[in-house]
Write a protein that binds this ligand. Sequence first.
Ligand SMILES: [Zn+2]
Ligand SMILES: [Zn+2]
Length: 76
Amino acid sequence: MPRTSKKISSYKLKKLKAQEEPCHCCGKDDLFFAYRCRCSFTICQDCMDENVWGMTCNGITWECPDCSEQNGFGNQ
Ligand SMILES: [Zn+2]
Ligand SMILES: [Zn+2]
């Protein structure tokens, strides 16, 4: 007997528990760490590293490309 029902419920549970946006840049989810804006824009560490030159002008805050909010790098 296939145990699909168990698989689906645990998948749903994981999704519900996470409630996290995937990276808006590369689409990767299940992120260990990501930068998030209050507008729900999310960017992963890898994409931030690649795009940091276009996201910040002072190295202290990064500007959300969606809402232009200034977000700090460190403490969230
Ligand atoms: Zn990414
Ligand atoms: Zn934003």
